[in-house]
Design a protein around this ligand. Sequence first.
Ligand SMILES: [Mg+2]
Length: 461
Amino acid sequence: MSGRILVVDDTASSRVLLKARLAAAFYTVILAESGAEALRLAEENEPDIVLLDVKMPDIDGFEVCRRLKANPHLAHIPVIMVTASASEAEKLRGLRAGADDFLTKPFSELSLLARIRNLLRMKLMFDELRLRGETIRALGLPDIAELPAKGAKRVTRILTVAADPLVADTWAQALARQLSARTATAQGVADALAAVTSSLPDAVVVDQEIGAETDGRRLVSILRARPETRRSVILFVAGEGRQDLAAQALDLGASDTLIRPFEMAELVTRTSTQLARKHLSDRLRESIREGLMMAAIDSLTGLFNRHYALRHLRAMLARAGESGRPVAALMLDLDGFKAINDTHGHLAGDAVLREFARRLQENVRGVDLVARLGGEEFLVVMPDVDASVALSVAERIRKAVEQPEFRLGEGEGSVRVTVSIGVGLSEPGETDSEALIRRADAALYASKNAGRNRVTVEKAA
Ligand SMILES: [Mg+2]
């Protein structure tokens, strides 16, 4: 995985050393020698990761990190803070400023590179989600960031897994208290998987020692591979001096690691940072799904919308051109719908449209596409048909609408609804979807003129 890394350090020798190590691992390195330069270069280059020195004369690393995280264009870029010596308090300060990790020099190259790989993977996922969001905007749809958040805030669930029940319990209690999470504990792989199955956790904290039969790294890789926990936060806790195991856990898919000894506050902060990231990406994913739905679906009836249906019809005609099998377009218009609205109100009108959509869907074939073009006007696109099949489906729809009457809601009685239908059939090799729609429209007009509640197939040219 390649990546662009911004190295920020006021000491020339540190910059040179890091650059050499990172370049040897095939990363592109950008150097900054002050906090101010770092902020400028981050803006100009949009790096994939920032390696940030804590002690600098102009703006210190904490402040640079805070400013990066406060900038909406740069907030998604992972930051690793680097220092020669750090107290627990300083480390926590960095993590709380929004840093993704805090490494103390001298750190092993192994740890650094594993952490970089892990953060690059994560950023790649975010970039992909952001890109999909932009595609949705490019389709002329609402900015997914502006869509209202749906649903009530869910309780955060955390599972802690350790061979020593006291250890699992201590972590669980700290996380439950500080993050208002619902927690559970487990020992060993089988127990952990049973716990995951009964109640899916947002985060799993896995100790290096989880039981006699295996160690925590195996559980990390099992959890990461399972579909239901693929997106869960996984924190791996390595024993004292076991930076090597922590690095392996990152490569196996851990979201973050801790190395003993650590303070509970560090466990809480790292878990909370990872959970915030997970919630953001869950929300992005959800909004993309919603955005795509809005791109294709009519919200009243749940049918496809005009935009999608016309695009689909064009694609279908292009494909039919190759197979030589004609495509039928059925234009449908409810008869006297304005009168239903005027007499019974718009809510009743909406109920009629929804019920019509339901009957329509029940009476087409599985491969047919049903869309609401707008108002009381609908379209069915049928691939691979001849005139007799299209006519029989259209007749079936007409009859299914005519009877029984449409119920208007509890105690509101019912109303007779009928539909006029026009059928257009594509000519061999025809790719002009608008011409086909026009012919179906003309046939629909003929049905209306002939007294409504009937089907007209376009006359052969
Ligand atoms: Mg320095």
